[in-house]
Write a protein that binds this ligand. Sequence first.
Ligand code: ADP
Ligand code: ADP
Ligand code: MG
Length: 443
Amino acid sequence: MFKKILIANRGEIALRIHRTCQDMGIKTVAIHSTADENAMHVKLADESVCIGPPQIKDSYLNIPSIISAATIANVDAVHPGVGLLSENSEFAKIVNDHGYNFIGPKYEHLAVMGDKIEAKKMAKKIGLPILPGSEDNVKNYKDAIEISKIIGFPILIKATKGGGGRGIKKVFSLNELKVQFSLAKSEAKSSFGDDSVYIEKYLINPRHIEIQIIADNHENVIHIGERDCSIQRRSQKILEECPSPVLTDNEREKIYNISVKAMKNLNYQNLGTIEYLYENGEFYFIEMNTRLQVEHPISEVVYGIDIVKEQIKVASGMKISFKQNDIKKYGHSIECRINAENSKTFYPSSGLIKTYHVPGGPGIRVDSALYSGLEISNHYDGLVAKLIIQGRDRKECLMRLKRALTEFVIEGIDTTIPLHKSIIQKKEFISGQYDINWLEKNI
Ligand code: ADP
Ligand code: ADP
Ligand code: MG
């Protein structure tokens, strides 16, 4: 097992990984920008290295600085966390080339799944159901017309290198196609440095359902159930549930089996999440995230597994510590993403945290790196806390969620706590009858 791990991330997720390392007796090395000198992930780590100025391109995305930090601290492995460099295949390769273990999948799998066209081709090859759309990069408007005639409107134009809900354009008719196509290409170029786009059938009322996978280097692939992430704003997840309130047990088994079989075909290793859209009883692959996922705690709660611990174990060459039949789901879990933004305007918010009071009692977990007196800057991702609730069934979970949101106090910045309070009052949410567009239409 590793003795020392460098955590190449910040905030809540860096702290989450640090905590599991502590539980495993592994020393941690934090990296931080000059703006994060007083951050909780730095205070709690065994060692820390400053890797650059506030801007992420000069610090948390600065690969030479991170590799130097790994060398200075003499670590065995690097955990990339979530976002930032976690899906960067070049980074994984450089980490390996310098003799450190990259806690994630193989370089080739990061590369193929990081390119959404290649990912979709691969998905088809390994037996995943995909949505109708272009097989390749759509180079020009003429080809875009051809494809949209075949699959029919509405369609989406998606950036091949897109992510975080950005780089997706909806097109409802041929009249809009020309303008949207050129917009999609130029935005893809400016946001992701690559203007390639592809076209996909747009589903009107789907749910977002994803399957958590873990695989070791000994040909074991296990699923850890599904998460329903249909409460979204601008294609970004706001609240997630495990299990999904709408799937039947037959549908569950079907998609678990398809997912596990596909990962075996791919010879995949480490953690992965296969994202699907679900409509009228059918699943359609949209992408695969080759890393730990923000919403992993709801699966941990329901299945009683420390997913980060298993991830570290399999990265070190050990087998997964359980078999498929050993794990059983218990009850229900919901995660609320608490972002530093205004609940009505969604403008990012920054400032000094004046009061920070976390809820407690039965069924409550809070993953956060906040504390009173911390300065929240606008350089980084706005996710500042995750409220994770457990209940023996969905009803108990909802009651506890309501209690926890009432107790939670974060003063000094705007947060999305009021948004969550209003979501959980709505009858569609309470009954579980919502799709990916529901939140934007109803809040
Ligand atoms: P998806 O890509 O399907 O939305 P997730 O929501 O699990 O998957 O996570 C990706 C998002 O996490 C990124 O788009 C980004 O907004 C956010 N993120 C990036 N860096 C961090 C970080 N250090 N801590 C927490 N969240 C981050
Ligand atoms: P990202 O990398 O930004 O997470 P995804 O492909 O996972 O990109 O899509 C993000 C979200 O966009 C999905 O969860 C869903 O809400 C919406 N979406 C993506 N593809 C489609 C589609 N074909 N039809 C309808 N909605 C879609
Ligand atoms: Mg996604």
